[in-house]
Write a protein of this length. Structure first.
Length: 355
């Protein structure tokens, strides 16, 4: 049986055919109309100044996307934090947190804390409150995670992330598609970062860029192409292991992320063999029953190792899966195109902060 997230994706992209899927798509399209109207009115209110924008006392760099699901923001956030720290900043990451109660961490926050143990992470429903907490704690730069639609907090640099494998979320607004807002919203971006560019042909990347330029009009902004490269492995108990640990192994993969297709594709590449894969909805909370079933599936597939994402690993017990070794792949950001245009934007932020 297909996971709910995959069934929904097959519904909205038209792969599910027949009368019932067609009726469901019509219902979703009808629901997208009031949603789109509300989003457009909200953006108009910010554009016209009817809704106020609050400014932090330190520079703010926002990283966000147009669609729901995973576009690969976390590796970029980690790269920005490391780059800024190397240039003498004291960065802090600010986020809203997804579906978490007060005092709890989101999946992304837990992942970033593991990747960046020296960079504080502040989360609050009102991100201006998290920004105040960050500056009070000594931050000299705020990296606003998933902030493209959060327009109430002013930013000095607005970075838009687009996933090359799923750039425009079926080109339809929620819930008929995966767009949070119209693609025209990219006009607010100061630069566009295309992630997973190695997963699509050059022609596809050119087509994505051409579509973006149509919406940008005469405005020219930096365009950067990146890919996600495995850096190392993490065990459930926190140990770091080299990538060669996977060589020649039979892998059973699982993930609860917005777009599991690139991760599955990574596991399908030699020198290892993928013998089974299960996907869960994004931000899935794993139960003991889930772990037991995953272990059973892994054993039944003939795997000798289970592999997941770091975002999933941080939600699992240190014991991992019962009766099956478990590792997570740590992904890093690599620039395919020259990163100099982005570095120039970051330099401008630093210079403006000194003025």
């Amino acid at each position: 049986m297909l996971p709910d997230a995959e069934r929904f994706r097959r519904l909205i992209d038209g792969r599910q055919t027949g009368l019932l899927p067609a009726v469901a798509r019509a219902g979703l399209a009808a629901a997208a109309v009031p949603y789109g109207a509300a989003v457009s009115l909200r953006n108009l209110a910010f554009d016209s100044g009817l809704l106020a924008v609050e400014r932090a006392t330190v520079p703010v760099i926002s990283v966000g996307n147009l669609t729901v699901g995973g576009t690969g923001k976390t590796p970029l956030v980690a790269w920005l934090a490391k780059q800024s720290a190397e240039h003498g900043w004291r960065p802090a990451i600010v986020s809203r947190g997804y579906g978490v109660a007060a005092g709890e961490r989101s999946d992304e926050a837990a992942e970033l804390e593991l990747l960046l143990p020296d960079v504080p992470h502040h989360a609050a429903r009102r991100r201006i409150e998290a920004a105040v907490a960050a500056t009070t704690s000594g931050a000299s730069l705020i990296i606003l995670d998933d902030g493209f639609q959060h327009r109430r907090l002013a930013r000095d640099l607005n970075l838009l992330v687009i996933d090359a494998t799923d750039p425009f979320g079926c080109s339809r607004l929620l819930p008929r598609g995966l767009l949070r807002e119209s693609v025209a919203g990219m006009r607010r971006a100061d630069a566009i970062i295309l992630t997973r560019s190695d997963r699509v042909p050059v022609k596809t990347r050119q087509q994505i860029r051409a579509i973006c330029q149509q919406h940008l009009g005469l405005r020219q902004i930096p365009w950067l192409e990146t890919e996600h490269r495995p850096r190392e492995l993490r065990a459930a108990d926190g140990r770091c292991l080299p990538l060669k640990t996977l060589e020649g192994r039979r892998l059973f993969g699982f993930a609860g992320i917005g777009n599991p297709v690139p991760f599955r594709g990574l596991l399908e590449e030699p020198p290892h063999q993928l013998v089974g894969f299960t996907s869960f909805p994004d931000h899935h909370p794993y139960s003991a029953d889930d772990l037991a079933k995953l272990s059973q599936q892994a054993v039944a597939s003939g795997a000798d190792l289970a592999v997941t994402t770091l975002k999933d690993l941080v939600k699992l017990p240190r014991e991992g899966l019962p009766g099956m070794p478990l590792l997570a792949v740590v992904i890093g950001l690599a620039f395919v195109s020259d990163p100099a245009p982005l570095e120039q934007l970051l330099l401008r932020v630093r210079q403006n902060a000194k003025d």
